[in-house]
Design a protein around this ligand. Structure first.
Ligand code: HEM
Length: 484
C-alpha cells in the first residue's frame, strides 16, 4: 500500500505563492482589458499642409468659444487631435490637462511658437527661451515689476497719465478708446522702462513700430517686401536700433544708479538693467522688447474689455464700482495721488478686472510642444506634437461658471475657488510676471474713468478673437462727463 502523500510546509508555501502570482497576473490582465491603454484622442487632421488652421483661427466674439471649438468639442470631446500651424497638434479644452501642461513646462512640454514668430521675436526672447536662459531673463522682468510697484514715482506717473487722459477728453463726445489706451499703456511702460515720454518723437516712433510689429504676429509668415510679416521683422530691427541707440547714449553719459533724481526725472529700468544685470547688448534689447510686448497691448486690450462689459452690463455693476472709488476719493485731499493703500481698497475693482479677463479672453490659447511621449489619463501625446491649451473654453465652461456669458464680478466674491478655475495669465514656470503691474495700472485708470465719465459703445461694437482680441471699430465710445 502506498503511503499517503505528505506536504511539507515549504511546498505548501511555494504553491500558495505561485497561486497568488497567477491570480495577480489574471487580475492585471482583466484590469488592462477594462482600462484601454492611452491612445491619441479622436479628431480630424483637415486639409493637407494647412490642416484646420484657418477654421481654428476664424474670428469670433471673444466672449464665446467660437464655432470651431463648439463643433470639435461636441464631436470629439474636450481633448482632440488636429493639424494646426503646419504641425499635428493636440487641442485641450480640459482644465486638468491644461494645468498639467503648464506645470510641466521644460519637463514634458516646451514653449513652441510657429517658426515664423521666431523671426519676429528674435532668438534671445524670453518668450521662446528655455532652461537657464529663460530663468535668467525672466528674473529681470520679475525685478522690473517689483521695482515699479515699490517705486512711488511709478504710482504717481500712472495716476498723472490717467488724469491727463481724462482731461484730454473734456471737449470730446466720442473717443476711439483702444487707440487712446494703447498710448496710455505704452506711455506707462516706456516711462518706467526707458525714461521717455510717449509723446516725445522717440516715443511716437516706438508706438508706430510696435503697431507694425504686433500685426506680424497674426499674419502669414511670408518674408516678402510689403507683407505684414516682412514689415514686422523690419519693425523689430528698428525697435532694436532705437533701444541700442539709447544704451549708447547712456554709456556715453556714464551711468549713475541708485542716485535719486529730482522731480519726474527719476531712474528708469534700462539704467538698472545695464548696471545690475550681466546681460549682453542683444539680451538687453530683447528683454526690453519682451516687457513692452507682454505689457502694453495685453493691458490696453483688457482695459477695452472692461469698458465694453461695463457698458453692456446691468447698471448696478458700474454703480458699485463708482461707489468704491467715490469712497476712496472722499478720503483724500483734492488732487492727492493714489497710493498702494488705496489700491488695497479696490476689491470690487479687482473683481471687475478678473471677470473681464474671464469673459473677454485676452489670451485665448498657448503654443506648446511635447518633448517626449506623454501619457495623461487615457490620452497619449506623441513626442514632437504641438499642444494647445485653450483658456477660453475653461473660462466659459458652464459646468465651472454658472451663466458663463454673464459679466458678474460678484462671482469672484462668492466663489473662493474662482482663481483655480481660470488661467488668464497662464501658469507654472511661465506664469505671467506682469499680473500685478497690469492690475494696478488698470485699477488706477478706472478710478479716474468712473469718477469722470459715463459712456456708451456703438451697438455693433464687440470684442473679436482674431485670436488676439480686437474691437470692430477700435471701441468707439460716446462719452459724457459725469457732472452733465
Ligand atoms: C492683462 C494683461 C496681461 C495678460 C492677460 C497677460 C497674459 C500672459 C500670459 C497668458 C502669459 C503666459 C504665456 C506662456 O505661458 O506662453 C504671459 C507671459 C508673459 N507676460 Fe503677461 N500678460 C499681461 C500683462 C503683462 C505685463 C503688464 C507684462 C510686463 C511686465 C507682461 C509680461 C509678460 C512676459 C515677459 C511673459 C513671458 C513670461 C515667461 O515666458 O516666463 N505681461 N502673459
Amino acid at each position: 500500500m502506498e503511503a499517503p502523500a505528505s506536504f511539507s510546509p515549504l511546498s505548501i508555501a511555494l504553491s500558495l505563492a505561485m497561486a497568488a502570482v497567477i491570480l495577480c497576473q489574471l487580475l492585471l490582465k482583466l484590469f488592462a482589458a477594462a482600462t484601454p491603454s492611452p491612445s491619441l484622442p479622436p479628431g480630424c487632421m483637415g486639409f493637407p499642409f494647412v490642416g484646420e488652421t484657418l477654421s481654428f483661427l476664424k474670428p469670433h466674439h471673444s466672449n464665446s468659444i467660437g464655432t470651431f471649438l463648439q463643433y470639435h468639442c461636441s464631436r470629439f470631446g474636450t481633448v482632440f487631435k488636429s493639424h494646426l500651424f503646419g504641425s499635428p497638434a493636440i487641442v485641450s479644452c480640459d482644465r486638468e490637462l491644461n494645468m498639467f501642461i503648464l506645470q510641466n513646462d521644460d519637463k514634458l512640454f516646451k514653449v513652441s511658437y510657429p517658426k515664423a514668430m521666431h523671426g519676429i521675436l528674435g532668438s534671445n526672447s524670453l518668450i521662446i527661451a528655455a532652461g537657464d536662459t529663460h530663468r535668467k531673463l525672466r528674473n529681470v522682468v520679475v525685478s522690473f515689476v517689483s521695482w515699479c510697484k515699490s517705486n512711488p514715482t511709478f504710482l504717481h506717473s500712472v495716476d498723472k497719465l490717467s488724469v491727463s487722459l481724462m482731461e484730454s477728453w473734456r471737449c470730446q463726445t466720442r473717443v476711439f478708446f483702444c487707440k487712446e489706451v494703447k498710448m496710455f499703456a505704452l506711455s506707462v511702460m516706456v516711462k518706467e522702462l526707458l525714461g521717455i515720454e510717449a509723446n516725445e518723437s522717440v516715443g511716437l516712433r516706438i508706438l508706430d513700430e510696435f503697431e507694425t510689429y504686433m500685426k506680424g504676429f497674426v499674419s502669414l509668415p511670408l518674408n516678402l517686401p510689403g507683407t505684414p510679416y516682412y514689415k514686422a521683422v523690419k519693425a523689430r530691427a528698428k525697435l532694436s536700433g532705437i533701444v541700442k541707440e539709447m544704451m549708447k547714449e547712456r554709456k556715453k553719459k556714464g551711468l549713475v544708479v541708485g542716485v535719486e533724481k529730482e522731480g519726474d526725472d527719476h531712474e528708469n529700468f534700462l539704467d538698472v538693467i545695464m548696471s545690475n544685470w550681466k546681460l549682453d547688448e542683444e539680451e538687453i534689447v530683447s528683454v526690453v522688447l519682451d516687457i513692452l510686448l507682454g505689457g502694453y497691448e495685453t493691458t490696453a486690450t483688457l482695459m477695452g474689455l472692461i469698458v465694453y462689459f461695463l457698458a453692456h452690463s446691468p447698471p448696478n455693476v458700474l454703480a458699485k464700482l463708482k461707489e468704491e472709488h467715490e469712497a476712496i476719493r472722499n478720503g483724500k485731499g483734492k488732487g492727492e495721488y493714489l497710493n498702494l493703500e488705496d489700491y488695497k481698497q479696490m476689491e470690487f475693482t479687482c473683481n471687475v478686472i478678473y471677470e473681464a479677463m474671464r469673459c473677454g479672453n485676452v489670451v485665448k490659447f498657448l503654443h506648446r510642444e511635447a518633448i517626449k511621449d506623454v501619457k495623461f489619463k487615457d490620452i497619449f501625446i506623441p513626442s514632437g506634437w504641438k499642444v494647445h491649451p485653450v483658456f477660453s473654453a475653461i473660462h466659459l465652461d458652464p459646468t465651472l461658471h454658472p451663466y458663463p456669458q454673464q459679466f458678474n464680478p460678484w462671482r469672484w466674491r462668492d466663489d473662493k475657488e474662482m482663481s483655480k478655475k481660470v488661467t488668464p495669465f497662464g501658469g507654472g514656470p511661465r506664469l505671467c510676471p506682469g499680473i500685478e503691474l497690469a492690475k494696478l495700472e488698470i485699477a488706477f485708470f478706472l478710478h479716474h474713468l468712473v469718477l469722470n465719465y459715463r459712456w456708451k459703445t456703438s451697438s455693433d461694437e464687440c470684442p473679436l478673437a482674431y485670436p488676439y482680441v480686437e474691437f470692430k471699430r477700435d471701441l468707439l465710445l460716446e462719452i459724457q462727463p459725469c457732472s452733465c
